[in-house]
Structures are given as C-alpha cells and as structure tokens.
Write a protein that binds this ligand. Sequence first.
Ligand code: BGC
Length: 570
Amino acid sequence: MADQQQHEHQHHSNNHILSLPPNRHVINNAPVPAPDHPLADLAAEVAHSFAVALNPAALSGVSRAMASQLAAAALNPADDAINMLPSFTHALPDGREAGAFVVLDVGGSTLRVGLVRLAGRGAAPAVVDPLRTFAIDEHVKALPGTAFFDWLAAQVAATLAASPDLAALLPEPVPLGMSWSFPIDQTSIRSGRVLSMGKGFRCSDTGGGVVGADLAALVEAAAARHRPRPLAVRVAATVNDGAAALLARAYTDPATRVSLILGTGTNAAVHLPLPALAPRKLAGDRRSPAWLAAAAASGGVVVNSELSTFGGAGVLPQTPWDLALDAAHMRPGFQPLEYMTTGRYLGELVRLVCVDAASRGPFLGQPRGVLPPAITAPYSLETAVCAALEADDSPDAVNSAAILQKHLALDQPPALADVAFVRHVCACVSRRAAAYLATAVHALWLLQQGAVHLDEKPAVAPPSLASVTIACDGSVINKYPRFQTTCQAFLDSLTDFADPPDLPDLVAAPPPVVGSGGSLSGPSDPPTPLSTAPTAAALGSGPRILLDLAPDTAILGAAVAVAMELAGPA
Ligand code: BGC
C-alpha cells in the first residue's frame, strides 16, 4: 500500500504542472491568459500575489513561524484558549473495539447520521451505513442558539423514524457518538464546552449563544424537547472531526499519530507527550490524577490543534483579496489558514477577484462594473465550481465554458478569454492553498519532532517521526483535482529544504514580517520553483511526511470513541 502510494506520488510529482515557476505559461494545468488578453494585467497581478511565498526558502520560514505559534499555543495556560486543545483521549484504540453504534457527523455543510459496525482490527473492515444525510444550508447555519440543536434533534428523530427495524433494536436512551466539526473544549470523553464556531454558523454567538454550554447536554435536551414525541438519547462520546480522523486511522494502523482535515474547514489532530502542553491545560480540576497517570503511561494525549486558527500576525502573506475577504467576514482574523485553504473560502476568493475583473471592463457577458447576478452575493461561487473548472481538460476549455454558463446562469456561453481568466484564478488560488496547507502540516511535524524528546523518561518508546503518515480526510483533499499531489510535492520540498530546529528554538523564533504588498521579508534566498525531479524525501533518503487519504473518518472515529468509552480504561 505504502509502496503503491509512493509510486503514485512519484508519478504525479513528475507531472509538468509542478515544474514551472508561478506566473509563466501554466499554473496547475490552466494556461495563463496571453499578454493581449483584456485582463492580462490583473491575471499577472493575481499570479504574483498568490505565489509570493511559494518557494521552499520562504515556505520554510513560514513553517518555522507557524511552528512557533503552535508551540506557544501548546504552552499557553489561559483558560479561554481556542487552540491546542487537549482531548480526554490518551490511549489510541487497541484494535479490539467492536460493536454497532449510531453516530452523528456534524460537518460544516452536511449532517450525517450513520450506523457503524466495528468488528475489531484485522477481523473485518468497518462498515458505515450512512442512514441519512442532510445538507446544512445557510438557513440552518443562521439558526440562533439552541434552535440549531432543535434542528439537529429533528433530523436524528427523522432518521430513526425512517429505520424502524434499527430503532427497535436500540436501547433507550439511544447511545450516540458525535463527531463535531468545530472547536470544543473537552471536559470528558462524552462532552465539552462549545467554543465559537466558524464556517458561517451563528448558533454559538446569537440568540442567547451557546458558547460555554455543555455540548452533550445541548443535544440531549433538544432531543427531549422534540415533538410530537420526545427522543431519549445519551451522547456516549464526542470528538472533534480532526481527532476522529486520528482515532479512525489508528484503529487500523496503530502507528498513526497525526490527522488532517481539509473540507469546508481545516484542522489537524496530533498525539503529543504531556510535557509539550501547559500544565494548566491538564490541571487537576479538569483531569483526575488517575487520568494524568494513565495519559503519562500511554505516551501522551490527542490534541485538537485547531490548525485553522494559526498563520495570523503576518505569518501567512495575504493578497488584497484575502484582506477583502477578512474585512467582510463575520469573524475577521479568526481562522487565517482556513480563509486561504478550505472549501468554504476558495470559491469566495475567486469570486472576489472576479469582482475586480468586472470593475475593469466587460466580463462574463456583462457590461463593465456588473457581475452575473448568480455570483453577486458573498459566498455564491462554490468551490465545487472551481474544482470542476480545474478538472476540465477539454480542447479550448469548452466544458469550462458550459460549466460557467450553467452555474452563473448566463444566457450565452462566456467568452473563451473570460473562461481562461477564471480558470487561471482558480489555479492560482488552489495552488497557494495546497502550499499553505503543506506548510501548516510541516509546522505541526516540526512541533511534534521537538516535542517527542521532551518526555525524558517516556513510559512507551516514542514513535519514529522521521517518516510519518498523516491520515487525511475532507472534500477538498479528497476531491479537488490534483490538490493532494500538489500539497504532497510542497511537503516534500519543505522536508528536503532544512533540518528541523529544536523545540526551544521554535518557541523563541520571531515570526517573519510581511509587507503590505504581501512580500515576505526574512530569508532572502532567491525563489526556487518546485522541481520535476523526485525529491530526496520522495525517494526515501530524507524525512517523509506522507499524506494518505483516509475516507469516512469522522463517522468511523466517533464510533471508535464510543467503543473505547464503553470498554472503559484499558
Ligand atoms: C473547525 C475545526 C474543524 C475543522 C474541520 C474548522 O473550521 O474550527 O474544529 O475540525 O474546521 O472540519
């Protein structure tokens, strides 16, 4: 399996897409508009702005700065921390977890209610029966306070009503596992305090906002309020979806220590030794001495990094369109990495560039200053449309013209020059997203490299981190054309570039300073494009961070968490 992936990776990294420096000829497969193109200047500006740090020297500086931010957050004793949040899960699954569990996967765009059957590691693959899937649209996201939980309970009730044979077999109250795609300050395996939610959700902060409330209690109370018949449920385990991905993968591969989500939002979970965290984060009023002893014996704790919240304070260079997105956002500056990399935002960045394009002259069949009505509202250009444009390899991009005509509700197919421009913008935006995500993953790896040595007398031998496999899930990393391979190529270029610094150096390192035009001052090495040649990392001679797709992890991981909880302390 690993060999096959390595082979596939080498094959892909030989692809010409990655061989060219930005803003020449082709970016991520899309031709750069010709110099006589009416939007050539804007196209060049976009190419330049989105590629400002995309060379190994600059990205390596960004990675070190992000690793410093991660280390500082891990050592931050504040009670209101929003990231580097320890879970209550210290031991990873031992593979004996088995049973059938009803699981809620509360995602940023979809709620899934599923039945998961675990047979034990090696016995039979886990089976996910996705009972029902519900879109979480802007209306649901806008539900204030507990109204969102009423909606959630109604969907669980509808699912069970539609599966009477299953419902008849379930005990009362129905035990639920829950994967939660938002920050949570765990207070037990079962639950935690709700923290401010991103992704356009309003329930945490409006209508009596639920920040600080107990998540399991919110779900259980909403189920009890459900009419015409109350629903008796008991949340048996709650996990952030990033941590769920880690548990799901560790269930089949015990060496797993890091996971990554890239879908509507982004996040990573990492298993860290206790000394890497501020003692206050694990203080006695939150974790019992027995828990602390067990965590020390099992080598650490699963930490929800809330990776999306890092990269601010000038660490990730911003383009004018990032600044515009941030300024109009409900939470400016809350999730810097997320605003540049995830499914909720890639389409919006492309749309904001289109706003500029329209202001310069006739564009997409409209007169100057006018955008097609279908994309005038913020967030109306979906990332899925950008993905479809980037997947198009039809001659003269005729398929792209048809895709834009359909999604933008245009009377006529758009001019090919405009189609080329939009595809070019998508390519610049997605390539930078892959680079910054790779950089954030690299930063987390630097932190973990430094942290494993903090435990001077580890109860269990720390895993070798020279090569790590990261369990990845989420719609963008799974489905966006070439995203995973581009991201892997950037990761390889980063692991090739420099030796990891020691953790104390990371904590002391000042962040690089970014100029207003987005240029990075600091390491002054000339920009180095990614090369076509397989890197030392890809060839196996250096450290390797391998992104490995691990589908269905949110729902599987929540089921594994329930099974671990029911099995009791190991
Ligand atoms: C949330 C995380 C979540 C991630 C991936 C982010 O917006 O803050 O808690 O894990 O998205 O779904």
